[in-house]
Each structure stands twice: as structure tokens, then as C-alpha cells.
Write a protein that binds this ligand. Structure first.
Ligand code: SAM
Length: 291
């Protein structure tokens, strides 16, 4: 029950445990001994896609019951799983690949479990972002995981613009369809000097890890169509001191860029949504621009 004064929630020891279990991101041998033990001994496996996870479970000779746990019915499904947990059922959450919740479903389930006093235990393992960071040769003491960028080019460029002066190493996920456009947007935003790493198909037979500038990486991808197919992590060196102290009127270039595609009103709204600043501030910048 929640403690009214401190909002601490006491963990129920009669309930089952919710295990958050990392699975391989390519090479099926990248599963930990503890993950195998938990998947074997828990009462139920909640999988992002049960058919997908069944292949891994068959490979490991695990027969534990499996149920689907999708993003679109997450809230409802989470509660029915947690109701079972409260009666003593131990559940292992897995996603299609890597660590659940990292650009994958599971956040609602974990949040609701904690609110309801159910013990949540991590069973750590593979994660594409961390695997890529470990071999990128970019500063790894501070980094910012940005996940997938927006699909639409305007929103993507605005998001990148907001990261232009970020000094930490940036980590992005990207898929086959948008990889080239995404790197072109990055080149336009971060410039020709920034170092980057493209980590493709990590741990799989066609693993490639390319280090260079955006131009060099784009050229590498364009050399052969097959190179553009697969799963990618893009890592970008953080902004140098000189870039961060550049005297840029930050809000103005953002508005100017948005106004190339949108009306002043729409641009002001999008800029406000993305930055958390007041819409009026951007609107005023917009109406002051020469026609
Ligand atoms: N939960 C996963 C994790 O822990 O990394 C990420 C799931 S997210 C839906 C899938 C994205 O992760 C892919 O589009 C790609 O950007 C990245 N990814 C997953 N596996 C990868 C791999 N083997 N090599 C490179 N990137 C990968």
C-alpha cells in the first residue's frame, strides 16, 4: 500500500516477481545464463511478439507459457498481467531483441508494477545502443540516448537542431528506410567536421562498424544498396566548446527553418511543442521576419 507521507510503495513479498529480461540483438548466443534460468523457471513470459520470441525459446529448449504483450493494448494487458502477479505468478517480460523498454514496450507495465508494490527485477544483457557505444571510440563517460528520430523531415530537423550544441555523445536508432535521409539531415545540422560512427547489424554475420564524418558514412552506404539494409545505431560526437559558445540566437534559426515549410502560426506551435518555450515568443519572431 502507498505510504501517504512519503509516497513510498511497500513491495509485496507474496506476489510474484516481474523480471525484465534482455535477449540477444542478433547472435543467439548473446543470452546470459541467468536469463535462461529465469525464462525457464518463471510462470509466464510476456513477449512483445510471441511468435518472434518463440524462435528464441525453441532454440534454448524453453517451454514456459508465452503471452503477447503489445504496445497498443499495453495499459489493459499490463493490468491483467499484474493481477496475476499479485496472486503469485512470476512473469518475465521480453521484447523482440535487446533490453525491453529501450525503444521497446514495457514502460507502462514496469511503472504500474512499481505503483502496485510488485517487485521488478532486471536481468541485464544485450542492448544495441550500449554495444555500439562500447566500440565507437567516442567519449563514453557522458552520453544521451535519443532513440528514433521523427519520421517527418521537418520534425527530424527541428529535433536535430535542438541537439546541435549538446556536448554529450549522441546515440540514435535507425532502420533501413530512413538511414540515408537521416544522415543527410545530420550532415546539414552538425556539419562536415563532426565525427560519427555507424554500427550496422551488430553481432550478426554482416556486422559493419564505420567511423568517419557524415559525408564519408553516406558515401559508404551509397556504394552498395545492400549496405543500406539492416538495423543501425548512429553515434555522433558531442559539440565542441567552440560550437557551444557560438553566438547563435537559438530560437530565431529554429523559427526560420520551420517557416520554410509551415505558416507562422504552425511553426510557432511546433517550436513551442519541441522546446517547451512559449508559443508567443516564436510567433513574435515569426511576424518580425521580412516578407
Ligand atoms: N530494445 C532494443 C535494444 O535494447 O537495443 C532496441 C529495439 S528498437 C525497436 C530496434 C532498433 O534498435 C533498430 O531499428 C536499430 O536501430 C537498433 N538495433 C537493434 N538491434 C541492432 C543490431 N543488431 N545492430 C544495430 N542496431 C540494432
Amino acid at each position: 500500500m502507498p505510504d501517504k507521507k512519503t509516497s513510498l510503495v511497500e513491495i509485496s513479498h507474496n506476489a510474484g516477481v516481474l523480471y525484465v529480461v534482455a535477449t540477444p540483438i542478433g547472435n543467439l548466443d548473446d543470452i546470459t545464463l541467468r536469463a535462461i534460468e529465469v525464462l525457464n523457471n518463471c510462470d509466464l513470459i510476456a513477449a512483445e511478439d510471441s511468435r518472434h520470441s518463440k524462435k528464441l525459446l525453441n532454440h534454448l529448449g524453453i517451454n514456459t507459457r508465452i503471452v503477447a504483450y503489445h504496445d497498443h493494448n499495453e495499459r489493459q494487458k499490463a493490468q491483467s498481467l499484474l493481477d496475476r502477479c499479485k496472486l503469485g505468478t512470476s512473469i518475465a517480460l521480453v521484447s523482440d531483441a535487446g533490453t525491453p523498454l529501450i525503444s521497446d514496450p514495457g514502460y507502462i507495465l514496469v511503472k504500474q508494477a512499481l505503483e502496485q508494490g510488485i517487485k521488478v527485477e532486471p536481468v541485464p544483457g544485450a542492448c544495441a545502443a550500449i554495444s555500439a557505444l562500447s566500440v565507437a571510440g567516442l567519449p563514453s563517460d557522458r552520453f544521451s540516448f535519443e532513440g528514433f528520430l521523427p519520421a517527418k523531415s521537418t520534425a527530424r530537423e527541428v529535433k536535430l537542431h535542438l541537439l546541435q550544441t549538446e556536448s554529450r555523445t549522441l546515440i540514435f536508432y535507425e532502420s533501413t528506410h530512413r538511414i540515408i535521409n537521416c544522415l543527410i539531415s545530420m550532415l546539414a545540422c552538425f556539419g562536415e567536421q563532426r565525427k560519427a560512427t555507424l554500427a550496422k547489424e551488430l553481432t550478426k554475420s554482416h556486422e559493419s562498424i564505420i567511423h568517419g564524418t557524415f559525408k564519408e558514412i553516406i558515401t559508404w552506404l551509397e556504394t552498395a544498396v545492400e549496405r543500406q539494409k539492416g538495423e543501425f545505431v548512429i553515434l555522433v560526437e558531442g559539440a565542441a566548446e567552440t560550437e557551444r559558445t557560438r553566438d547563435l540566437p537559438d530560437d530565431e534559426p529554429l523559427m526560420l527553418r520551420l517557416m520554410q515549410d509551415l505558416s507562422v502560426k504552425q511553426a510557432a506551435q511546433l517550436a513551442a511543442d519541441l522546446t517547451g518555450k512559449r508559443k508567443k515568443l516564436f510567433y513574435n519572431i515569426g511576424i518580425q521576419q521580412p516578407k
